[in-house]
Design a protein around this ligand. Sequence first.
Ligand SMILES: C[S@@+](CC[C@H](N)C(=O)[O-])C[C@H]1O[C@@H](n2cnc3c(N)ncnc32)[C@H](O)[C@@H]1O
Length: 176
Amino acid sequence: MSEYWDERFQAEGKIWSELPSPTAGHALELFRRNNAKKILVPGSGYGRNSRLFSTSGFETTGIEISRLACEVARVFDPLPRVYNASVLDMSFDTDKYDAVYCFNVLHLFLERERRLFIQQCVDKVKTTGLMYFTVFSEKRQLMAKAEKSRGIHMKASRAGRRTTLPMTTLKHTFKI
Ligand SMILES: C[S@@+](CC[C@H](N)C(=O)[O-])C[C@H]1O[C@@H](n2cnc3c(N)ncnc32)[C@H](O)[C@@H]1O
């Protein structure tokens, strides 16, 4: 998996631009309202979302499997601590977080890994903590159509094992 992402970041650079997802802005407001201070960003990529949190005063930690993306992140978003590791084994980090923000990583995994990943995140947040996940769901039909017409994303679907998660599956995944 890490080779696949290294190759993509090598070929495509900052694939999703330097701008954070609008969902990161939404999460930021939610985290502020709930007085969160310490944020974990699993699958943090080159830092476009973690940067919004770190520059807004949150103590931010990223976990990212691509060595190359970590290198880019350490320049683009130098404030957070970034671990080059898999989100499927976060046991090396014993910290507890007020909130988790995770953009489009969960759907990369099959069910057993999804459950493992969610459980690891649950273990990382404080009991009153928040978890904010985004995924490709069946609701994103327009997105799916656009991607079908682009060879590079079809390749991504195969090599990166990206799936589009039905809402029922999603709800089931979060019932731990
Ligand atoms: C669709 S990208 C999203 C990147 C980032 N969240 C963003 O929005 O810019 C998925 C990210 O998850 C990372 N990733 C994939 N599998 C991972 C794993 N097992 N552990 C940690 N990161 C992983 C990839 O390297 C990639 O950066």
